[in-house]
Design a protein around this ligand. Structure first.
Ligand SMILES: [Cu+2]
Length: 512
C-alpha cells in the first residue's frame, strides 16, 4: 500500500495560487437599464438539462437508460472542450420519479475506463447504491432497481469509482434526480420545470490555452477552477418571466465551497435542503454550499431589473485561517448566473408560511453513538480500504454521530443511504440552513457537529454503504469508510476485493 506522508504530500504539491483569475472575479457592475442589450459578460442563455425519457412497464416500474460517454462541449463560448456526459457530451438528463414509484435503470459504460453511478441522497439498497463496489467496466451494463421511498427532494447522480471520482465528475458526469411527492405537490411553490423551477448545477473549471479541461495542479482541496460553469456553460443568463423563481442549486464542484448571495444583496427564501423541504421558508442573504450539497431557494424578481447569483467571500473564511481561506477559494467572488426578468412578470403564488414539518430524531432515543475525526485524507486515522468494514448499524435504530474536523483543511461529511439531521454544532442548535434533512454537511476546522441518523428498510451483510468527505480529491485519496446495515443480531459477511490500496492516481511518487 502506497503511503504518503502529509509533509511529503504538501511538498509534492506546491501551493497553487488560485490566481483566481482576475478575469473571473466579478466586478461590482451596476445592473443594466431595463431592456438594455446584454453587456458582454453573460452571453448565453442557461441550458436546462432535459428531463430523462422513461417508460413504464405493465408492473408500473419506470425505466430509464443512462450511457456514460465521451464527447465535446462548448463550456466556453466558441471553444470545443473534450468532456464526458450521460446520454450526451456533458452532464446528464434530469431524472424525475415519484415517491412510491419503482424505478429501474439500464446503465451502460461507453467510457474508456470503469465508472459507477451513485444516487447521491437516495435511500437505496446497498447493492444498487453505485459506490466503488458497483464498478461498471467499459462496454458493460448495470441494472439497479428500487422503489423510491423518501420525501420530495433535489438529489443527484454522479460517478463514484474507487480513486477516480474527482476526474469523472470534473469531466462532466453529473445529473439531477428530482423526487416528487404529494406533500410538495400540494404546496404553493414555483414548480414549472425550466420556467420558474430552475435547476442549477454549479461547477468550477480551469482550461488550458487550447480550451481543454486542465486537470493539473490540484490544491489540497482538489481542482479549483477559475471559471464557473452553470448547467455546463460559462457566462449563463436566465430569462425570467415570473415574479418568483425557485432555484434548485447543486454544488457539483469537487473542491470549491460557494457562499451564495445576490449581487444587490437581496433576501431570498430557503425552502429545501439536501433531503427535502424545510419546516418553513427561511429568509437569508447568504447561503454556504459545500461540494455535493443542494439547496432550493425562492427569490422574488422585479420586472426589468437584472440580478446576479454569485458566490461571495465567506464572512468567517469557512473557519479557516486567512491564508488557507484564500488558497482554497473561500475569499473568491465568482458569478454563477444572471437572472434577467422581463419588464412585466407573470404572477406567482405567494409562499406559504409553513412547508413540511421535520420529524425530529430525539438524541435520547439513540442506541449507538459513534465518533469521527476528520484529518488530512483520513477518518479516525485510517484511509479507505475496500476490505475493511468500519462498523455496522442495526436497521431501525437511531444513532448519534459526532463528527470533528481536527484538521486545518476544510472537509465535509457525506453519508450514503440516509438523510440525517444536525443535532447541534459545538453544543448549539444548527442555523436555519442546516435545520432540515441533510446528507452532506460542511465541517469547518475546529468544529464538532452531532448528527442523528436512522437507517431503515434495507439491510445487507455483505455489501457496504460509504461515508466520506465529499471534497472529491479527499475521497479519492482515501477519506472514506464503509458500513453495513444489519438485521438485529446478524453477522457481517463482508465481500473481499482484490485490492486494499487507496488509489493515488495523480498523486503518486511522493512516498514518504
Ligand atoms: Cu476532506
Amino acid at each position: 500500500m502506497t503511503h504518503i506522508s502529509r509533509r511529503s504530500f504538501l511538498i509534492g504539491l506546491a501551493a497553487v495560487p488560485l490566481a483566481a483569475s482576475a478575469g473571473c472575479v466579478a466586478a461590482q457592475s451596476s445592473p443594466p437599464a431595463p431592456g438594455a442589450a446584454p453587456t458582454g459578460k453573460f452571453t448565453r442563455a442557461l441550458p436546462i438539462p432535459p428531463l430523462a425519457d422513461s417508460t413504464v412497464d405493465a408492473a408500473g416500474t419506470r425505466h430509464f437508460a443512462l450511457t456514460a460517454r465521451t464527447g465535446n462541449s462548448e463550456l466556453l463560448a466558441g471553444k470545443s472542450t473534450a468532456t464526458w456526459g450521460f446520454n450526451g457530451s456533458l452532464l446528464g438528463p434530469t431524472i424525475r420519479a415519484r415517491r412510491g414509484e419503482a424505478v429501474a435503470f439500464t446503465i451502460e459504460n461507453a467510457l474508456p475506463e470503469p465508472t459507477t453511478v451513485h444516487w447521491h441522497g437516495m435511500h437505496v439498497p446497498a447493492r444498487y447504491d453505485g459506490g466503488p463496489h458497483q464498478a461498471v467496466e467499459p462496454g458493460a451494463r448495470w441494472e439497479p432497481t428500487w422503489t423510491v421511498n423518501q420525501p420530495a427532494a433535489t438529489l443527484w447522480y454522479h460517478p463514484h469509482p474507487h480513486g477516480s471520482t474527482e476526474k469523472h465528475v470534473y469531466r462532466g458526469l453529473a445529473g439531477l434526480f428530482l423526487v416528487d411527492d404529494d406533500v410538495t405537490d400540494g404546496i404553493d411553490l414555483p414548480k414549472n420545470y425550466g420556467v420558474d423551477d430552475i435547476p442549477l448545477i454549479v461547477q468550477d473549471k480551469r482550461f488550458t490555452s487550447d480550451g481543454a479541461l486542465d486537470e493539473s495542479d490540484p490544491t489540497d482541496v482538489g481542482l479549483l477552477g477559475d471559471t464557473i460553469v452553470t448547467n455546463g456553460i460559462s457566462g449563463a443568463y436566465l430569462p425570467v418571466t415570473t415574479e418568483l423563481v425557485r432555484l434548485r442549486i447543486l454544488n457539483g464542484s469537487g473542491g470549491r465551497t460557494y457562499n451564495l448571495a445576490f449581487s444587490d444583496d437581496r433576501e431570498f427564501r430557503l425552502v429545501a435542503t439536501d433531503g427535502g423541504l424545510v419546516s418553513e421558508p427561511t429568509a437569508l442573504r447568504r447561503l454556504p454550499l459545500s461540494p455535493g450539497e443542494r439547496a432550493e431557494i425562492v427569490v422574488a424578481m422585479r420586472g426589468g431589473s437584472d440580478v446576479v447569483l454569485r458566490s461571495v467571500p465567506a464572512d468567517d473564511h469557512g473557519g479557516l485561517d486567512r491564508a488557507a481561506a484564500a488558497r482554497f477559494g473561500f475569499t473568491d467572488t465568482v458569478d454563477i448566473v444572471e437572472l434577467r426578468p422581463e419588464r412585466t412578470l407573470g404572477p406567482s403564488p405567494g409562499l406559504p408560511s409553513t412547508l413540511a414539518p421535520i420529524a425530529r430524531l430525539a438524541p435520547s432515543t439513540a442506541v449507538t453513538e459513534r465518533d469521527f475525526e476528520l484529518q488530512w485524507f483520513m477518518i479516525n486515522g485510517a484511509r479507505m480500504d475496500m476490505n475493511r468494514i468500519d462498523f455496522s448499524p442495526t436497521v431501525d435504530t437511531t444513532e448519534i454521530w459526532t463528527v470533528r474536523n481536527v484538521d486545518n483543511w476544510p472537509h465535509n461529511f457525506h453519508v450514503h443511504d440516509v438523510q440525517f439531521l444536525v443535532v447541534d454544532i459545538d453544543g448549539s442548535p444548527p442555523p436555519a440552513h442546516l435545520s432540515g434533512w441533510k446528507d452532506t454537511v460542511y465541517t469547518p476546522p475546529g468544529q464538532q457537529i452531532r448528527l442523528a441518523l436512522r437507517f431503515t428498510e434495507y439491510t445487507d451483510p455483505t455489501i457496504p454503504y460509504m461515508f466520506h468527505c465529499h471534497l472529491l480529491l479527499h475521497e479519492d485519496q482515501g477519506m472514506m469508510g464503509q458500513f453495513l446495515v444489519l438485521e438485529p443480531g446478524a453477522t457481517p459477511r463482508p465481500m473481499q476485493m482484490g485490492t486494499s490500496a487507496p488509489a493515488t492516481a495523480g498523486h503518486g511518487g511522493h512516498g514518504g
